[in-house]
Every structure is written in structure tokens, then in C-alpha cells.
Design a protein around this ligand. Structure first.
Ligand code: CA
Length: 317
């Protein structure tokens, strides 16, 4: 049996309007080896801040798309701005999923968002619930991040916010360029504002689906027929060989004694049914980065995504 693994260019919607065959041509057939992850609906993997669909051979969700595809899942890796507001990124994802539905007749999708990808998938689930079967946020910035709070406070106090935003916009543009999407709009200040505690609270007031009613509680398991899940890690320094660890070590200091993955606190990650909120992962281990480097005895992130796909499959999703 075959399954598809699709990388969507940002202008997917426009391309489909020109040619449905172009849309279908984007699907790459891969032979499935078993049916463990053979969900009814495609699985959509949505990256976070400064994320990308892929740069060269490196997937953002490192090794995950191919693992899910081998188990029979259809996987979609969309392109959204590396840095932008939750709403802009959400609209970008929505347009690509609508285009995919029009081209392939896919009625629903299982959405998985990492980091700022949480708000991105939640936006789509709130605005067009008929398009969504399930939502999973991993290291989701659902309650905001103290790191964003500190960056905003620090740059505001020194009057450097515009300068820092310009530098970060340029950095985000480089990421989008490397991932083959040079035209995606970047708005680092917008991204930062979305990710602060206040910004996330504002988003939660407007899109409250499956947000816990009490701090660190569980959210509704199901809203508008959509199942909501979350998971996160609570380690910071996990692998001495991983060049991203020192950076997370730096940002992790901002959390003091509060459990976090270096960028998002344990409680901030909660949404819907919390599958587990203390994996031995830091923020990048959650997507098996960099290049699979994580703690020696930590859980395998790829196995986690496979297990979640199997959960969805068992539920008929
Ligand atoms: Ca790592």
C-alpha cells in the first residue's frame, strides 16, 4: 500500500488555483511498511518560531515524517512564516489545508504543532473546526513564555525593540530562504508579542478551545468534535554534543525553579488532555533536534509521535 508525504510550499493555495494537477503532483508516494500509524486523516506537522518545513534533507520534526509515513500515515509538512503572529501563521496554515482539501478531497486533518505551532494549529481548529479531527501541541506556548516576556521587557527598557526586531526579521528571512520560502512575510515583533504571557492570554481569551480553566489543570478533552492533546518536556541540558543546548541553558535560567523545557514551562504547555508534561526532553528534543541528539536515557521523540498516531488510528481518526 502507498501513502503520501507532502511538503507544501507557502503559495500552495495560489498554485492549486492555477492547476489542480500541480497540487496532486506534490504528493510523493512512499511505500508503507506497516499500518501502526495508518490514521484515517493526514497528519500535519507545524513548526514553531524560527522553524521551517525542511532545510535541505533536514526535517524540522527530525525523522518524524518518514517514520509516520512508513507506518502508513499520510503526512503533510506545511510552510508558515518562521516568525509572525499566531493569527498570520494560522491563516497561512488554513489556506494550505483548504487548498489540500480542494485538491485531494481530504475532509479533515490531524494537526500537530510544536512551540508557536501550538497557536497556529489552535487557530485553524477554532476558525474552521470542520477541517480538523484532532490537535496535539508539543512544547506548546499555550500559556506564553517567560523568555518572550524577558526579551520584550529587556528590549523595551533599552529602547532597542525596533533594532532587535529588524535583526531577528533578517534571521527569520534567512531561515525561510534556506527552506525555499523566501517570500514568507516575517514579523518578529508580532511573533514575540504573541508569545509573551500577556499575548498568549489574549489569544486564549479569543480562542479558548481546550485551554485549562485553572492554571496547570487539564483542558477539555474534546471541543467542537475535535480532540485536544498536549505534551512537553522538562529538561534543559540533555546532550553535551548538541550545540543548541547552551542556548536553552541560557533561556532556561529565566524559569528559576519552575519546571520547563528551556523555553516553555510545564504548566504553560497544558492544553486539552495532557498526555505527559515531564518527558526528559528540552524544547528542541521535543522535535528530535538537533539531528536526534538528546539525553542518553530519554524517551525517543519519534516513538512518541508514532504512538500518538496509533492513538488517533485506534480512535478512528
Ligand atoms: Ca537536543
Amino acid at each position: 500500500m502507498t501513502a503520501f508525504f507532502t511538503r507544501l510550499p507557502a503559495k500552495f493555495g495560489a498554485a492549486c488555483a492555477l492547476s489542480a494537477s500541480l497540487c496532486l503532483g506534490l504528493a510523493v508516494s512512499v511505500q508503507a511498511q506497516d499500518t501502526y500509524t495508518k490514521t484515517k486523516y493526514p497528519i500535519v506537522l507545524v513548526h514553531g518560531l524560527f522553524g521551517f518545513d525542511s532545510i535541505g534533507p533536514a526535517d524540522y520534526f527530525y525523522g518524524v515524517p518518514s517514520a509516520l509515513t512508513r507506518g502508513g500515515a499520510r503526512v503533510v509538512v506545511p510552510s508558515t512564516s518562521a516568525a509572525n503572529t499566531s493569527e498570520v501563521r494560522g491563516e497561512q496554515l488554513l489556506a494550505q489545508l483548504r487548498a489540500l482539501r480542494a485538491a485531494n478531497g481530504t475532509q479533515k486533518f490531524n494537526l500537530i504543532g510544536h512551540s508557536h505551532g501550538a497557536q497556529t494549529v489552535r487557530y485553524v481548529a477554532a476558525v474552521e473546526p470542520a477541517l480538523v479531527a484532532s490537535v496535539l501541541t508539543v512544547g506548546g506556548v499555550n500559556g506564553g513564555s517567560k523568555v518572550a516576556d524577558a526579551v520584550l521587557a529587556g528590549t523595551s527598557a533599552t529602547g532597542t525593540t525596533p533594532a532587535v526586531a529588524a535583526i531577528v526579521d533578517a534571521f527569520a528571512s534567512v531561515i525561510s530562504f534556506l527552506s525555499g520560502e523566501p517570500k514568507l512575510p516575517q514579523n518578529s515583533f508580532g511573533a514575540l508579542s504573541s508569545l509573551t504571557t500577556a499575548g498568549a492570554a489574549n489569544f486564549n481569551r479569543r480562542f479558548p478551545q481546550a485551554v485549562p480553566s485553572v492554571s496547570c489543570g487539564q483542558g477539555a478533552a474534546q471541543v467542537n468534535g475535535i480532540r485536544y492533546y498536549s505534551a512537553s518536556g522538562t529538561r534543559v541540558l540533555t546532550n553535551i554534543l548538541d550545540v543548541t543546548d547552551p542556548l536553552l541553558g541560557l533561556t532556561g535560567v529565566l524559569f528559576g525553579f519552575e519546571a520547563s523545557d528551556g523555553l516553555v514551562s510545564r504548566c504553560s504547555s497544558h492544553l486539552g488532555t495532557t498526555l505527559r508534561d515531564n518527558y526528559d526532553w528540552n524544547h528542541l528534543d521535543e522535535v528530535n533536534q538537533a539531528f536526534g541528539l538528546r539525553g542518553l536515557f530519554s524517551q525517543d521523540p519519534v516513538a512518541f509521535y508514532r504512538s500518538h498516531a496509533n492513538r488517533l488510528k485506534t480512535l478512528g481518526l
